[in-house]
Ligand binder design. Structure first.
Ligand code: PHE
Length: 346
């Protein structure tokens, strides 16, 4: 069953690449969600990603108490070749055409493979875009805010595990040193956390060195002997197989769509490992963008909203414990409640 309101798939007029815009829900307001420009073996894999990621955005906004719906755009790049600058502009203009044709039901933003400068290009064609650079009136790069929100979530986990939110001396394994992962690694290093990191790009070892972090191969990091594993890259890292390998006490991080299948949340719970739903820990970017660009909060107020992710995690972990079920269930119940009542938190 398709539970999305609308999915648009169009071959870009300029790029000839498939542009996929999935609008999952506008129940709480116009949909928002980033543009993922990524390589897929087949464009249908990009469609699968768009469907899952857009549903995740609906939950992300609902739990954050924001009046936006969930959407996502995926452009499936062919494997093995990066677009040059001209081709990239063509892709972005093709995306902008599709978004503009939706008449405001969906606005995009940055995601894996895109950033504020790309949003500037999209903004040449359509107003329905978040996170353009500050010089153009946008809120700019969302990744520092996502990293800040993930840190807030990790502190809440720290408090749950050790009775204190400080991460000084805690051992954390970060999977992925992209914009968000690298920013989070810096914040954690500054806090005194003992880091082990990985990335599919071996050049990121340099940052590991700079931060005094250990390095493991991507295939080895989930089994690292650490307190908390922090997914900060692509989705589906938590599978039946990888959960069996985990040696940590919690998994919490900003990567979207971390569970290969929903039942993996129960496996984590069964192993006594706390899993903070990705759409809670990774909400800082959209919270900042929507709070500043739509709700016109000043940067400090927006940052306070991002930091409040810690309260949300506290609340979800409490609720889960009280009911003896998973934080995933507590979060999806909260999302469903907000979607049904259209209500915002007090
Ligand atoms: N990549 C962001 C996320 O998954 C998407 C986003 C950021 C959308 C900022 C709009 C504004 O949450």
């Amino acid at each position: 069953m398709l539970d999305h309101e609308q999915v648009t798939i169009r071959t870009g007029r300029r790029s000839r690449l498939p542009v996929i815009v999935a609008v999952h829900s506008t129940a709480l307001g116009p949909a928002a969600g980033g543009l993922r420009l990524w390589h897929y073996p087949d464009w249908r894999d990009g469609l699968t990603d768009a469907l899952r990621l857009s549903a995740g955005m609906t939950a992300k906004f609902a739990v954050a108490g924001l009046s936006s719906g969930g959407g996502k755009t995926v452009v499936a790049l062919p494997e093995g070749r990066e677009p040059n600058d001209g081709e990239r502009r063509d892709v972005l203009h093709d995306v902008a055409d599709v978004i503009d044709s939706l008449g405001g039901m969906y606005a995009t933003g940055p995601d894996v493979g895109t950033g504020a400068e790309d949003m500037a290009v999209i903004g040449e064609t359509t107003p329905h875009v978040f996170c353009r650079p500050a010089r153009l009136g946008g809120s700019g790069d969302s990744s520092p805010h996502t990293a800040r929100g993930a840190l807030a979530a990790l502190r809440a986990v720290g408090r749950r595990l050790y009775g204190t939110p400080t991460l000084d001396g805690r051992r954390l394994a970060i999977i992925g040193l992209g914009r968000v992962g690298a920013g989070l690694a810096r914040l954690l290093a500054a806090e005194g956390a003992v880091l082990t990191v990985t990335d599919v790009d071996p050049a990121k070892r340099e940052l590991a060195g700079e931060l005094g972090a250990g390095w493991l191969a991507p295939g080895d990091i989930l089994a690292a002997d650490v307190d908390i594993v922090v997914p900060a890259a692509l989705g589906s890292v938590l599978t039946r197989r990888t959960v069996a390998e985990l040696r940590c006490r919690a998994v919490a991080g900003p990567a979207n769509d971390q569970l290969a299948t929903p039942d993996v949340a129960d496996l984590l719970h069964g192993r006594g490992i706390i899993w903070v739903p990705d759409y809670v820990a990774g909400a800082g970017g959209v919270i900042n963008a929507v709070s500043t660009e739509l709700n016109h909060l000043d940067p400090d107020e927006a940052a306070a909203r991002v930091d409040a992710i810690a309260d949300t995690v506290d609340h979800l972990l409490d609720t889960a414990q009280r009911h003896g079920h998973t934080p995933a269930r507590a979060a999806s119940d909260l999302a469903r409640h907000r979607l049904h009542t259209g209500s915002r938190p007090a």
